[in-house]
Design a binder for this molecule. Sequence first.
Ligand code: PAF
Length: 258
Amino acid sequence: MLHTVAEWRASRAEFLAKTPNATLGVVPTMGALHAGHASLFAAARRDCDLVLATLFVNPTQFDDPSDLARYPRTLDADLALMAEQGVDAALIPPVEELYPPDTGTHYTVQEDHFSRTLCGTHRPGHFTGVLTVVMKLLQIAGATRAYFGEKDWQQLQLIKGMATAFFLETEIIGCPSVRGPDGLALSSRNRHLSPAERALAPQFYKTLCTAPDAASATAQLTALGFAVDYVEDLKAHQRRLSAIRLGNTRLIDNVPLS
Ligand code: PAF
């Protein structure tokens, strides 16, 4: 387990000295790992010689402090899953390592258009927090490839756009969402659902798959008892994206438009 950028860079240098043309895969996470993350580790393991996972609950992407406070933290189980999936190194930095104490300057990575739509409308500042920390993590990792899940489809597009806009050398790889047998996309937030909410939650995915248009999906989800933040059909991308709330838990999902 590594805690500092310097520790990781020393490990990477040692590995590359032994294996000069090695490829490096990085999987950025916020912990509370599940089979969705395992699929990202597996993809990185398949493609790359060395696999780094980062585990950092990024405070700047939480628009709601109570959401940050209750974000699940399951370090022992996370380390066990990483070991099982053959992750070579885990970088678990304290907040001060990525965000040094205030020096009076404040750097962020901001996108001005797509990030202000969909989830960005409901979570102001969220994507600036995501892009800023991902930029930091990619610079630190120095990886050949970085792996992200398609469940966070808007996030994935924004990260790909950032990598292109800033000529990053790391290739951004999107991996398919992993679902439970009932269709619910795996998410660290699912563990907050009460048994009744968990029983209802699969209707979210089913409705997105079957409703003829976004307005019908919204009406059907509302009738089922979901508080709908949005359902939108992005025709240019042939994707339907949605966010809903069940009690205090916000879930997102996306499906191809048929
Ligand atoms: O998808 C996540 O877990 C996070 O948004 C990420 C990409 C690790 C940045 O904190």
